[in-house]
Design a binder for this molecule. Structure first.
Ligand code: NAD
Ligand code: ZN
Length: 360
């Protein structure tokens, strides 16, 4: 197939991440050339996208309301029923268009409908372009727990386009910024510094052409790091865990916000930003990084317009961690920053973490 972009080879097949000319695409019709021969193409689209942009592809579309409360098995069942009614058979192809909620749902529905049909994504939020749509984790929430039901099945392509980003609110846009900082903190100290400054001053609704080009470069780089990591460790047995930097505390913060709706709610990216700062503070208390690293992470988060602290005691967050799916026995996989560009996966005793958290 003819394309410019990132080509990831996994043991069982290959995925394209199309990043060619990502700042100049004005429509997504050319993605059809990447859809293999199939019996029919069906679109699963976030209603917020179709309300603003219509259906960008000329194929039957199933609209979904995409939020955490509809990211469940009922929505997956409803999609499968509609596919059935539309006559979708085993050889059909599904395109998911929307943010991470939509791509997680669409990927899951596609991977179980008729025991699995092929699919591709057009992610429309910054977060989904650099993170959620890449890596093949599909799934839905259950009983208030996020992503409890799911699988790992890869899309055939992830079509990156800036077309949709202009309608994102700054707050939703910055959800993706947090994941970008996380990724560069792991893989690229230079981009970590420059992208923090860049994101502090841009707004998706009013970007200049040169800012769009700089954003395109950052998205391509960041999507590439995630894709390459997944190619090396698809099932998260090792290196892929590094991408959870900031997420142990972030998940605890999100759970706390869910359980305390009267308090101010942090969005996922905001929780990741605070989570990276907390992880750095824990790392410093363990003697694994210097104060300079804590400052670098804190300053970058603030520069990028994200919160560096939250109003929840660290010890309370560690209490919540006991329910974290990454906890194995007495220990937790804690992604520990030693320095920017040197982030490691370590097993830490929960009681040790609790002891440290008392003083943070
Ligand atoms: N599969 C993975 O590896 C992975 C990784 C990270 C996150 N996720 C999942 O991704 C989800 C979060 O994704 P998200 O941040 O993209 O959120 P989202 O899909 O909920 O989108 C955020 C909001 O923006 C709206 N929206 C989407 N695109 C828009 C656009 N271009 N213009 C205007 N509004 C738009 C949506 O309708 C929604 O209201 C979570 O459910 C999380 O669990 C999955
Ligand atoms: Zn995340």
């Amino acid at each position: 197939m003819d394309f410019d972009g990132i080509f990831i080879t996994l043991p069982h097949y290959e995925i394209l991440i199309m990043t060619n000319n990502i700042h100049t695409h004005n429509d997504i019709s050319n993605l059809q050339t990447h859809i293999p021969q199939c019996s029919g193409i069906f679109v699963i689209i976030d209603k917020n996208i179709s309300d603003i942009y219509g259906n960008p592809l000329d194929f039957p579309a199933i609209e979904i309301i995409a939020d955490e409360t509809t990211k469940n098995m009922e929505t997956v069942s409803a999609i499968c029923e509609k596919l059935l009614a539309l006559g979708a058979d085993r050889d059909c192809f599904i395109v998911g268009i929307g943010g991470g909620v939509t791509t997680d749902i669409a990927g899951f529905a596609a991977s179980i409908y008729k025991r699995g049909v092929k699919f591709g994504f057009v992610p429309t939020t910054l977060l989904s372009q650099v993170d959620a749509a890449i890596g093949g984790k599909n799934g839905v929430n259950l009983s208030g727990f996020k992503n409890i039901i799911g699988n790992i099945r890869q899309p055939l392509f992830v079509y990156e386009t800036p077309l949709f980003l202009k309608s994102l609110s700054l707050r939703v846009f910055r959800e993706g910024v947090a994941e970008i900082l996380k990724t560069f903190a792991i893989f690229n100290p230079g981009y970590f510094e420059t992208s923090a400054e860049f994101f502090g001053r841009i707004n998706p609704a009013t970007m200049s052409d040169s800012e769009k080009m700089q954003l395109a470069d950052i998205i391509a780089k960041c999507a590439g790091y995630k894709a390459e990591t997944v190619a090396r460790d698809e099932f998260e047995k090792g290196e892929r865990r590094l991408l959870n930097f900031g997420h142990t505390f972030a998940h605890a913060i999100e759970k706390y916000c869910l359980d305390n709706p009267e308090k101010e709610t942090l969005m996922h990216g905001e929780a990741v930003a605070c989570g990276m700062v907390l992880a750095a503070k824990v790392s410093m208390a363990l003697g694994k990084c210097t104060e300079e690293t804590v400052s670098k992470i804190t300053n970058a988060v603030i520069k990028a317009g994200l919160p560096a602290v939250c109003d929840i005691k660290c010890s309370e967050l560690v209490g919540i961690l006991k329910t974290d799916k990454k906890v194995s026995g007495e220990n937790i996989h804690f992604i520990t920053p030693y320095a920017i560009g040197d982030i490691r996966d370590e097993l830490i005793r929960l009681d040790k973490l609790f002891e440290i958290a008392e003083n943070i």
